[in-house]
Design a protein around this ligand. Structure first.
Ligand code: HEM
Length: 545
């Protein structure tokens, strides 16, 4: 059921066999249930040469905003249209489930929000969303700052050491640094556990990375062999995976037991009104355990925590990685961000109120998510027959979708669509400040004012042509958390360092699993910035971006 997207050289013979198989299947499927929908006739070998979402983009330009992709024994419908995406994600959200994705993630996340069945999802979503209340989010600024400080300290120590030997810069693999940072943050904020991964290694940290690695392997492997019970004991990577899972589960079970032993039952509203600066354990686990009325069993709580650990870790690390990659190629944008940081903060750390003034850094985060959405594809399967609305390019009447059709909503295509964005491949954080009239029927155009006072651009500003956190009822629960975390991470880095790429931008190869990441790390050169002595008090910048 799964697609392999990382590059792996294939022999000419293998490629041609695959291409023949692909063409045969394409022909077989062309008269299928999806009627007149255009079919991507690219060779399957396209899928091996580069990440899948690149090929999906080329086919989008060639075939239009809704097309069918035949691959192996399966056909997928690829959607790159905001009106159709809005229909699937919001208007008929419960006509679809997570399909392939749930199959892959269920062994890891159990009945956590991402793969959960509808009944479980409704109950747990109702319990978890209130946990991300504003007092919690504001109090997390301290956690984001403290964890980022460890990364900064580590880099500064390395730089001092280099300076003592006459060097004025250090070379750092930033993707790994961001991954450790995001792991530490998610551990403390979600279950009050300090992985300490920025500064050390431990069996639990290794188990987390092992599990993430396996989740990625499963999302890029053709045959779900891990579903056959003997694989658990016979296939070495499955043996390791189960051992890793046990290490994490034991750790989470301990934390859950601890939280239950110290339970102080309270109403959700009362907990949201607390003065969080005086709350000792601010974690989401504490909230979920203390909340009156919801009594999830230990296994459900563990699934919830595991889901947030996985959903909130690599995604945020990837945003920071690609923001750094883009900034390092745009020194003028680094300078603009640093000017803003200097005028708002000088040398101090950002508070929650400061985030409102760091408009340019916030837009850098949004623009990085536009260019490198995490994940680049949203996956759905129709639970009953549906009728899609007409797309903007290719078809106007819309297609009938039978039950059981697998759909990829290509967020990457939406975010880089030449029909909705000016110079779509260009890194221009400023683009989020300017409204744009719609030339497409049924699409409301682009209007920054529509974010209704939200700190960051969201899916409503571009009427689903911008979907950094999905949309509708299954929208990300951690969106504000992740945006604030990323803004603080970037702010502190740029406050302290100037950043350049070590090699050429085109040498940074992309691979995808659940997120877009680099093949061999993001190697950067970091130089210490001159210290910022004079703090100019800035007028608060306009916030409604
Ligand atoms: C769902 C992106 C951070 C927890 C989603 C979805 C997207 C997304 C696109 C929707 C998936 C779909 O519709 O199929 C991101 C990005 C992040 C991020 C880009 C970082 C920049 C986080 C964090 C957490 C989190 C920090 C938790 C602490 C979740 C959960 C869901 C979800 C639980 C499932 C929601 C549901 O099905 O009800 N995320 N996420 N995410 N995210 Fe995030």
């Amino acid at each position: 059921t799964c697609l392999r997207t990382d590059s792996e050289p294939k022999s000419v013979k293998e490629r041609s066999l695959l291409d023949n198989a692909s063409n045969l299947l394409t022909n077989l499927l062309s008269g299928g249930n999806l009627g007149s929908m255009p079919i991507a006739e690219g060779a399957v070998s396209d899928l091996f040469a580069r990440p899948l979402f690149f090929a999906l983009y080329d086919w989008f330009i060639q075939h239009g905003s809704v097309y069918k992709l035949a691959f192996g024994p399966k056909a997928f419908v690829v959607v790159s249209d905001p009106i159709v995406a809005r229909h699937i994600l919001r208007e008929n959200a419960f006509g679809y489930d997570k399909g392939v994705l749930a199959d892959i993630l269920e062994p890891i996340m159990g009945k956590g929000l991402i793969p959960a069945d509808l009944e479980t999802w409704k109950v747990r979503r109702r319990a978890i969303v209130p946990g991300f209340h504003s007092a919690y989010l504001e109090s997390m600024v301290e956690v984001f700052n403290d964890c980022t400080e460890r990364t900064i300290n580590k880099l500064e120590t390395r730089l001092h050491r280099a300076q003592s030997t006459g060097e004025d810069l250090i070379e750092v693999e930033m993707e790994a640094e961001y991954s450790n940072l995001a792991l530490d943050i998610i551990g403390i904020s979600v279950f009050n556990y300090d992985f300490g991964s920025v500064t050390s290694e431990s069996p639990v940290i290794q188990a987390v990375y092992g599990t993430l690695y396996e989740a990625e392997h499963r999302s890029t492997f053709y045959i779900p062999y891990w579903k056959f019970p003997p694989a658990r004991w016979l296939v070495p990577r499955q043996v390791k995976f189960n051992a890793d899972l046990k290490v994490i589960n034991d750790c989470l079970d301990d934390l859950i037991r601890n939280a239950r032993d110290t339970r102080q039952e309270d109403d959700a509203e009362a907990m949201q009104q607390r003065d969080y600066s005086k709350v000792n354990d601010k974690s989401l686990l504490r909230f979920l355990v203390d909340m009156r009325g919801e009594e999830p069993d230990d296994k459900q709580l563990r699934d919830d925590l595991m889901t947030m650990l996985i959903a909130g870790h690599e995604t945020t690390a990837a945003v920071l990685t690609w923001a750094t990659y883009m900034l390092a190629q745009n020194p003028d944008k680094i300078k603009k961000a640093q000017d803003e940081i200097d005028s708002v903060l000088g040398e101090r750390k950002p508070t929650y109120e400061d985030l409102k003034k760091l408009q340019y850094v916030r837009l850098i985060v949004a623009e990085s998510l536009r260019l490198y959405p995490q994940p680049p594809l949203l996956i759905r399967r129709s639970l009953k027959p549906d009728k899609l609305p007409g797309g903007h390019k290719g078809d106007v009447n819309g297609y009938a979708i039978p039950k059981g059709v697998d759909i990829f909503i290509s967020v990457y295509n939406l975010h880089r669509s030449p029909y909705f964005w000016d110079e779509p491949d260009k890194f221009m954080p400023e683009r989020f400040l300017k409204a744009k009239q719609s030339e497409v029927d049924g699409w409301a155009g682009f209007d920054p004012q529509r974010s209704q006072g939200a700190l960051y651009p969201n899916e409503t500003i571009a009427d689903f042509a911008f979907l950094p956190f999905g949309g509708g009822p299954r929208k990300c629960v951690g969106d504000q958390f992740a945006l604030m975390e990323s803004t603080i991470g970037l702010t502190r880095l740029l406050q302290k360092f100037d950043v350049q790429l070590k090699g050429k931008p085109e040498d940074v190869e992309l691979v995808t699993g659940a997120t877009i990441h680099t093949k061999a790390g993001l190697w950067c050169k970091l130089k210490k910035r001159q210290s910022v002595k004079s703090v100019v008090t800035a007028e608060p910048a306009a916030v409604n971006s």
